[in-house]
Every structure is written in structure tokens, then in C-alpha cells.
Design a protein around this ligand. Structure first.
Ligand code: HEM
Length: 370
């Protein structure tokens, strides 16, 4: 598709698909022509609330100037420098999970490590008590759930589950935000509670988007890293430092990008890759395809752990560039460091791979440590 029909209209979904790196990059950078606010397109979107629910406006689905206000108050807190102070605590949280694996011998990497780590980390940053973390996982699963089948009942079931989770989470955060209004803590709920920049619904939306955007994505980065390292036979080389761990993580992000697809809506008529896109039409940019574009990447189908430069688009581009990218990179770096340092061997069983449906990742990844 990338070479034959780089910008292609999908009749069934009624959306434009964009595959080439150059075009994907242009759409993501040009936020004036390609809006992140899908409410005007009339299509269903994954972060849209169900009927009767207030639609929570968050930075991910707004354009400037709203976007800049919703992101601006927290941007500094996610910069690599600001996150550095968390490194020891993140290492501690990671070690607690690794401790739990010690006696396991065989375990499911997804369930026992890659899922709990990001939830624990974001709960820590938000300042959520540890005992609420299981509940968090349940809420975030419900909010990103897809129907089990296209049937009307399945869609309704999914919507009901989503609405319940959104309501419960909204109530939970509203209460917490109120409690922390005069707080002095360093956590992100206190930061939101004490800012004058945001209304209550926006503060709640902010807390929720951090859970939604950061959990399944980071789970898949961790899983895909172990998957790639096993497949390539480079686990030992990463452990010993013969292969640079940080570069290898970037190559995982390029080669198996957790988010494959990002949506925008054309806000005016525009020509892209020789096609005429009308205002109001939905444009899907395929990040995974762009990240394997031979115009940009030498031998794109080959996993090259120390690929450099590696200007992949796994975290997006432009004003919506992933807020949590430095955090996700830090988590993956610490996680792989601690895991590989603790065990003499970490072997993943790749005999049965089952992809998940919503992102690029695996349902489970049996591993053995000793
Ligand atoms: C935005 C990917 C981890 C929070 C994005 C976007 C991508 C992305 C592609 C751009 C979406 C768009 O342009 O519409 C990823 C991947 C991750 C990851 C692959 C893990 C490997 C995280 C984490 C957090 C986070 C850990 C938070 C703790 C956000 C937020 C946005 C965002 C808030 C919206 C930014 C904006 O609209 O200005 N992410 N993400 N992400 N991500 Fe991430």
C-alpha cells in the first residue's frame, strides 16, 4: 500500500489511510489543516463518551489554543530532567515486581510484569494509594475496551461498561481533587487540583487521560521488547551492554510500534499524496507503516538494535507528541536493566503468539527465569 497507494480512501470505513513517512509526518505536524478534534467529523471515536455522559475534553482531542492550555500546566513535569528525580523510586517499584518473579520460574510476562508496572508507576505519579491500583487497571481496561463482536448487544455491553468506569473514575477523581485543593504534595493530582488554568471537568479529564494513554502503550513496549530480543537472540548482548539498551528500545518502538494508527480530521480541503481530501473527512495516519518506509529507513524490515539515526514516529509528532515519551523510555530502560540484572537467564517462549486487537502487542508471553 505504501508504494502503490500511499494515500488511499477506505470505502468501508469512509476514511483516508496515509502510509508514507513523509505524508504521516506532514499530517501530524500540520495541526491547522489536520485537526485532532474529532467531534466535528461525526465519526465514532475511541475516547468519546457514551450517550448522556459529559464528553471530557483533554489535550489529546483538542486543537490550540485549548490544547496548549490543557497541556501547558503539566508539560514541564514530564520532561526528562524533571523525571530524573523519580528514577530511584521507579527502580524500587520495578524491583518489587521483579522480586515477585523470583520464585515463579515460569510466568506470564504480560500479566505479571508488563501490565502492573505502568499502572503502578502512573498511580505513584498521580499520588494514588497502592490499594486502589487494581481498581485502576479495571477502569482503564473498560475505557479502552472494544466490543467482543460487531453485534449491537456487544456494542451496548461495551458502552455500558465504559460509562460505568467513566462515572466511577470521574467521581473518584472529583473527590480526590477536592481533598487536595489546598494540598502541597508533589503529585500530579495536587498539581491539577491547585491550578487555576483548568475547570473541574478538565482536571478530571487530565487524570483520566494519563491512565488511558500510558498504560496499554507501555505494557506493549515492554512486551514487544522482550519479544524482539528473544526473536533476535540478543537478550544476552543487551544484558552485557554489548548492545546499547536505549538504542535497542528505540528500535523496538520503530519495529513494533504499540500505536499503529492515529486519527485526524481535515479542517479544510487539502491535497495529500496526489489525492484531494475534503474538509470534514477523517484521515488515519499509519505510524507503523511510516516506521518501515524504505525511503527513510535502511532495510526497514530488519530489526537493527543499534539503528542510528532512528527518527521513528512511534510517539507521534508535532504539538501532540506523546507527553509521556520520556516516562515510557525511562520505565522501559529501568525495567529491562533490573530484569536482566537479576536473573542469569530470561527466556521467552515464542511458540504461540496471540496479538491483542487494539494495539500492537501480545495477549501473553510465557517466560522462564533462572
Ligand atoms: C500522545 C504513543 C506512553 C501520555 C501520544 C501519541 C502517541 C503516543 C503516538 C500521539 C497521539 C496523537 O497525536 O493523537 C505512546 C507510546 C507510549 C506512550 C507508544 C509507550 C510506549 C505514554 C505515557 C503517558 C502518555 C506513559 C503518560 C503517563 C500521553 C498523552 C498524550 C500522548 C497525555 C497526548 C499529548 C497531546 O495531545 O498533547 N502517545 N505513548 N503516553 N501520550 Fe503517549
Amino acid at each position: 500500500m505504501r508504494s502503490e497507494a500511499p494515500v488511499h480512501y477506505d470505502e468501508r470505513r469512509e476514511t483516508w489511510d496515509v502510509f508514507r513517512y513523509e505524508d504521516v509526518d506532514r499530517v501530524l505536524r500540520d495541526h491547522e489543516t489536520f485537526s485532532a478534534d474529532r467531534s466535528s467529523s461525526g465519526v465514532d471515536s475511541s475516547d468519546e463518551a457514551g450517550e448522556g455522559m459529559p464528553v471530557l475534553k483533554t489535550m489529546i482531542s483538542t486543537d490550540p489554543p485549548e490544547h496548549d492550555r490543557l497541556r501547558g500546566f503539566v508539560n514541564d513535569r514530564f520532561q526528562p530532567g524533571a523525571l530524573r528525580e523519580y528514577r530511584p523510586r521507579l527502580a524500587e517499584l520495578t524491583d518489587e515486581l521483579v522480586d515477585g518473579l523470583e520464585d515463579a520460574g515460569r510466568f506470564d510476562f504480560v500479566e505479571e510484569f508488563a501490565i502492573p508496572l505502568p499502572v503502578t508507576v502512573i498511580a505513584e505519579l498521580l499520588g494514588i494509594p497502592a490499594e486502589r491500583r487494581d481498581q485502576f487497571k479495571e477502569w482503564s481496561d473498560a475505557l479502552i475496551a472494544r466490543p467482543e463482536s460487531p453485534s449491537e448487544e456487544a456494542v451496548q455491553r461495551m458502552q455500558a461498561r465504559r460509562e460505568t468506569a467513566q462515572r466511577e473514575m470521574g467521581q473518584y477523581f472529583a473527590k480526590l481533587l477536592e481533598e487536595r485543593e489546598s494540598g502541597e504534595g508533589n503529585d500530579l493530582v495536587t498539581l491539577a487540583a491547585t491550578t487555576d488554568e483548568l475547570r473541574l471537568q478538565e482536571k478530571i479529564g487530565f487524570c483520566m487521560i494519563l491512565l488511558l494513554a500510558g498504560n496499554i502503550t507501555t505494557t506493549n513496549l515492554l512486551t514487544n521488547a522482550v519479544w524482539c530480543f528473544e526473536e533476535q537472540g540478543i537478550m544476552e548482548a543487551v544484558r552485557s551492554g554489548d548492545i546499547d539498551r536505549k538504542k535497542a528500545i528505540e528500535e523496538v518502538l520503530r519495529y513494533r510500534s504499540p500505536i499503529q494508527e492515529i486519527q485526524r480530521v481535515a479542517s479544510e480541503n487539502v491535497e495529500l499524496g496526489g489525492q484531494q481530501i475534503e474538509a470534514g473527512e477523517v484521515v488515519n495516519v499509519w505510524v507503523g507503516a511510516a516506521n518501515r518506509d524504505p525511503e527513510i529507513f535502511d532495510e526497514p524490515e530488519t530489526f537493527r538494535p543499534e539503528r542510528s539515526p532512528n527518527q521513528h514516529l512511534a510517539f507521534g509528532k508535532g504539538i501532540h507528541y506523546c507527553l509521556g515519551a520520556p516516562l515510557a523510555r525511562l520505565e522501559a530502560d529501568i525495567a529491562l536493566d533490573r530484569l536482566l540484572a537479576r536473573f542469569d537467564r530470561l527466556d521467552a517462549d515464542l511458540s504461540e503468539l496471540q496479538p491483542i486487537s487494539s494495539h500492537y502487542g501480545l495477549q501473553f508471553l510465557p517466560c522462564r527465569v533462572n
